[in-house]
Ligand binder design. Structure first.
Ligand SMILES: Cc1ncc(COP(=O)(O)O)c(C=O)c1O
Length: 377
């Protein structure tokens, strides 16, 4: 029983919890899958989901996948990128792994303190004759400075692939987040604001690129007798697609509930000296309230983030240190010699705590968490 630890059920309030549609609604779709007898390989449920998803995201071309990570990895592979990729270390392991697993070298760019996204003003100094792409992250669903990044990419002829894992449903002005860059990957993992159990997608604007990704996610198979690229299996199955259709039906309700929780935390905590809430870089951003990050300044509070984290855990509230450690200091990358001077990211990763936020969390529970934090500090 080496994996027993993973299945132990702890009690308490966790950082997230899946937003589930009504069981009967999902079962209706499951019944259709049983009637069709098609479980995977771009079946009817997959196609229905793909169309609805493309509509919702206002996406040119949207390709569902088995998870967000494979969408990112396959998109980089489909672009045939080899060389240096400018990216952020203030992210989940997946972003950096997708670059490295493609044989590219990550070059770490620092972040902006205000919103923790890649500092666009620091990109150009990292560009060399080996640079092929920029992989920024809309971290916590807060958009990167997409216009400035587009300008730099155009000037230096670089591809831009957004890790939009957190940004389902986010808009910049009237534009869906998926419309920026050459491609965007979105995660539909069970813990995300929008979920398909496991799942994700890549959104692209170029038909040839889309076809290459479409083949790569199915082993590179072009036809019964032709395998043209070294692909993998990254297809979304019918049960995940069905969950996606149901989740889409309820997504706006989920966002509304999350917003209420977000506003509770903001009202109760953001005015306390030493506690800071990141802000989107422009006023006209439509947020999805996927995460509730707060930064705790130990100099002002006289207590560091870990003390607050431990105090909450003692009271069965399990916040998370997203993102600590930085991917640039992961054990697996320690001896690789990847470059990056990232003091702002280092400071942010030591001060951040993401608090529980999900559509089933009650305002009373959020207020209780605020009370605990006030008591602790
Ligand atoms: C920033 C970021 N990128 C990529 C991923 C990978 O997505 P997935 O878990 O769907 O593979 C995640 C999350 O899980 C993430 O948080």
């Amino acid at each position: 029983m080496i994996f027993k630890k993973h299945f132990e059920k702890r009690r308490g309030i966790f950082v997230t919890k899946p937003s589930l549609p009504p069981a009967e609604e999902y079962m209706e779709y499951v019944r259709r899958i049983f009637d069709n007898g098609i479980l995977t390989n771009m079946g009817p449920m997959h196609e229905e989901f793909r169309e609805k998803l493309s509509d919702y995201l206002d996406a040119d071309i949207c390709i569902p996948t088995c998870n967000g990570h494979m969408a990112l990895e396959m998109t980089i592979q489909a672009m045939g990128l080899k060389g240096e990729v400018i990216t952020t270390p203030f992210t989940f392991a997946s972003t950096t792994h997708a670059i490295v697993r493609n044989g590219c070298t990550p070059v770490f760019c620092d972040i902006r303190e205000e919103d923790c996204t890649m500092d666009a003003e620091k990109i150009e100094e990292l560009i060399t004759d080996k640079t092929v792409a920029i992989v920024p992250v809309h971290v916590y669903g807060l958009p990167c400075n997409v216009d400035r990044i587009a300008e730099i990419a155009k000037k230096h002829n670089l591809k831009v692939i957004y890790d939009a894992a957190h940004a389902f449903g986010v808009k910049v002005g009237r534009k869906s987040i998926s419309q920026f860059g050459d491609a965007s990957m979105i995660s539909f993992h069970a813990t995300k604001a929008f979920q398909t159990i496991e799942g994700g997608c890549t959104v692209v604007h170029d038909k040839d690129l889309a076809m290459r990704i479409y083949h790569l996610i199915n082993f590179g198979i072009m036809s019964e007798e032709t395998v043209a690229s070294v692909g993998a299996n990254a297809k979304m199955n019918e049960f995940e697609a069905a969950m996606g259709i149901c989740s889409l039906n309820h997504f706006e309700e989920y966002v509304a509930s999350r917003k209420e929780i977000f506003e509770t935390y903001r009202r109760e905590l953001s005015e306390i000296p030493g506690i800071r809430l990141p802000q989107p870089y422009r006023q006209d951003v439509t947020m999805n309230y996927a995460y509730m990050p707060l930064f705790f300044d130990p100099k002002v509070l006289g207590k560091d983030r870990d003390k607050i984290y431990n105090y909450l855990a003692l009271h069965k509230v399990y916040a998370r240190k997203y993102f600590y450690p930085l991917t640039s200091s992961f054990e697996c990358y320690r001896d690789k010699g990847f470059s990056g001077y990232v003091p702002v990211a280092e400071k942010a990763s030591k001060e951040v705590l993401t608090l529980p936020i999900y559509s089933d969390l009650t305002v009373e529970e959020a207020a209780h968490i605020c009370d605990l934090i006030r008591k602790c500090i």
